[in-house]
Design a binder for this molecule. Structure first.
Ligand code: SAH
Length: 227
């Protein structure tokens, strides 16, 4: 899979996307991830990428020309399954969308800033708009990093124990059961005995019961969907 991200603040992406599982996935060539600084396409001596909004109102709007030039350059090199714009008014991101996106071949992600990007770029190029939640952040970089992290860890080869990603919360419509590691007893608190039993079937049943109970308590909305 190849992911191209267009941003005015590449530094905001390098941290989250050059560590841990994502970094390993890049090194193992499970994915190719390229960050494209929009400033390189800026207008004039100041490499301007934004301007005042028509019709007044506060804030700045990202101009069409730099974005279009960057997008066109990428379109010359690759074909994209989706050109995504991170936006609070987009489809709400969730695990099933992450699963869906992890199966794509190439995606492009545009990070907005200020008041957002000129609507004409959305109309001409964007095929999908994604929000990471009902709140407004200053830029699309953190949302893009969230989406990339969620997608990349699902791609076979990114996580050494592939089963591990499948047993996380939401994958089966349930919250994940509690987990324990050594020591067996800590501060007088013991690991549930069943987990030490070596009985795989009983352990699987216990985990499912715990998942069901937790989901019923914390996420009745998900629990109802199980019926
Ligand atoms: N004026 C816009 C908000 C702009 S916030 C509005 O009210 O909808 C600046 C940029 O941050 C956006 O262009 C978008 O790329 C990003 N952004 C902010 N909150 C986001 C969210 N919840 N999900 C995805 N992207 C978000």
């Amino acid at each position: 899979m190849r992911i191209d991200i267009i941003t005015v603040l590449p530094e905001l992406l390098t941290g989250p996307l050059t560590n841990s599982i994502v970094q390993r996935a890049i090194e193992k060539k499970v994915i190719e991830l390229q960050i494209h600084p929009l400033r390189n396409y800026g207008i004039g001596a100041y490499k301007q990428v934004d301007d005042y909004p028509y019709g007044a109102g506060g804030g700045m709007v990202m101009r069409c020309e730099p974005l279009a030039a960057c997008i066109e350059d990428l379109l010359k090199l690759n074909t994209y399954d989706d050109v995504i714009y991170m936006s609070p008014d987009g489809e709400l991101f969730d695990q099933s969308m992450a699963n869906q996106l992890s199966m794509k071949k190439n995606i492009m992600i545009i990070c907005g800033h200020y008041k957002g990007i000129d609507q004409r770029i959305r109309d001409k190029y964007v095929t999908r708009e994604i929000s990471i939640g009902n709140y407004v952040l200053s830029g699309g970089e953190i949302p893009a990093a969230v989406v990339c992290d969620a997608i990349i860890r699902l791609i076979p080869g990114a996580i050494s124990d592939e089963m591990s990603a499948l047993s996380d919360s939401f994958q089966d419509g349930l919250l994940a059961p509690p987990v324990y590691t050594r020591p067996e007893e800590w501060n007088g608190m013991k690991v549930p005995e069943i987990l030490l039993s070596g009985n795989d079937k009983a352990i699987a049943e216990w985990r499912l019961e715990q998942s069901l109970e937790l989901t019923k308590q914390r996420r009745p909305d998900l629990y109802k969907k199980m019926d």
